[in-house]
Design a protein around this ligand. Structure first.
Ligand SMILES: C[S@@+](CC[C@H](N)C(=O)[O-])C[C@H]1O[C@@H](n2cnc3c(N)ncnc32)[C@H](O)[C@@H]1O
Length: 341
């Protein structure tokens, strides 16, 4: 691919021309700033787990081994049910924007449904912090599109940059945003900021949440429910993926303990939290900065928030979204909502 001075690359994907834009939020300086600010608060910037090609590959292995979407047909079914309902009502020219699209599998299902329904997606923009994942998802969705796909390699926290770029194009188009698999990893306030920056009243949102599989919304039931889903995280592939960050950063295994998988609670919201302890004092070298890590400090390496279905829907409504549809797996571990502002 050829890259020009404005951070845009042009290339060919299966004989189609594609364009990849690179946000300044992915510049080494911006990445570093975010990483340092998270580390100072005792955490790891979640997008750091997906940045290198090796990490994207390791995450793909986690996804293939443990993501119920691939192994349990009812997970796939909820997406397909919602997408076909959505497609039936979508007769307008549309632009699909896959936020944190990963491998783009769900965007592919959506684009296929729309094409089958005679309302094919006109344009697709893959948006992810990982260039490799953007490329994989453009390839997946390509056969179902009217126009060639494009991609934005961006940290979604810089969503205003994406919004400006989109608005330089066709402002009258209807934008369909997907937001799958991101709700567990981002603080609710961050999710809201991203969605409010991007969504206009004529746009549509398809958003998934990983859930604490409760039947009744009680504290005890919620705690039990999160315990039940812990093995989806406490496994070899996930440990390997999350530990890769330390290898990539040149941090010896002697400095950081093995990963601990626990249940955390933050403002009523339970999470699976992966923590590690610092085993000896050391300086974490980040570019020209050195952050001093003290023996005994605990680091939050990863966090997966598990909403209850009721709480998630109430949160959407309280923040100005109208829910137009919802599908939930029979075991209530995952839900997908269709909403608009
Ligand atoms: C759990 S995966 C979900 C992927 C896909 N949407 C799915 O449901 O299969 C999260 C995806 O979001 C991307 N991601 C995480 N944090 C991000 C951020 N701050 N900005 C942009 N992409 C991000 C990751 O690279 C990864 O592809």
């Amino acid at each position: 691919m050829d890259r020009n001075d404005n951070g845009v690359r042009f290339g060919i994907l299966k004989r189609d021309p594609v364009m990849i834009s690179y946000s300044s939020s992915r510049s080494p300086e911006a990445t570093l700033r975010k990483q340092i600010s998270c580390l100072k608060k005792g955490g790891i910037d979640p997008s750091l787990h997906y940045r290198s090609p090796n990490q994207s590959k390791a995450w793909k292995e986690v996804f293939q081994a443990h993501c119920p979407v691939l192994s349990d047909p009812s997970f796939r079914q909820i997406y397909q049910n919602l997408f076909s309902r959505f497609a039936q009502e979508s007769m307008q020219k549309s632009h699909l924007i896959g936020l944190g699209c990963g491998t783009g599998i769900k965007e592919q299902w959506l684009a296929r449904s729309m094409k089958r329904m005679g309302a094919p997606i006109d344009r697709f923009t893959a948006v992810d912090v990982s260039e490799r994942l953007c490329q994989i998802s453009m390839k997946r969705v390509l056969p179902y599109l009217v126009e060639s796909p494009q991609a934005w390699v961006i940290d979604l926290e810089a969503a205003d940059e994406l919004r400006k770029a989109l608005d330089q194009g066709d402002r009258t188009e209807r934008r369909i945003y997907t937001f799958f698999g991101l709700v567990p990893n981002l603080a609710p306030v961050t999710v809201l900021r991203i969605l409010k920056t991007l969504l206009r009243p004529q746009d549509q949102l398809l958003i998934s949440a990983n859930l604490a599989p409760v039947r009744k919304e009680t504290e005890a039931e919620e705690e039990r429910a999160v315990k039940r889903i812990l093995p989806q995280y406490r496994n070899r592939e996930t440990k390997q993926w999350l530990s890769m960050l330390f290898q990539e950063q040149g941090i010896s295994r002697k400095m950081i303990s093995s990963l601990k998988f626990e249940i955390g609670k933050e403002r009523e919201l339970r999470s699976v939290v992966v923590r590690a302890a610092v085993l000896a004092d050391f300086e974490w070298e980040l570019g020209s900065k050195k952050i001093s890590m003290k023996k005994g400090n605990r680091l939050t390496v990863f966090q997966s928030r598990r909403w209850t279905p009721l709480r998630f829907e109430r949160w959407l409504k309280r923040n100005g979204f109208t829910v137009r549809g919802v599908e939930m797996t029979s075991n209530r571990e995952e839900g997908v909502w269709w909403a608009e502002r």
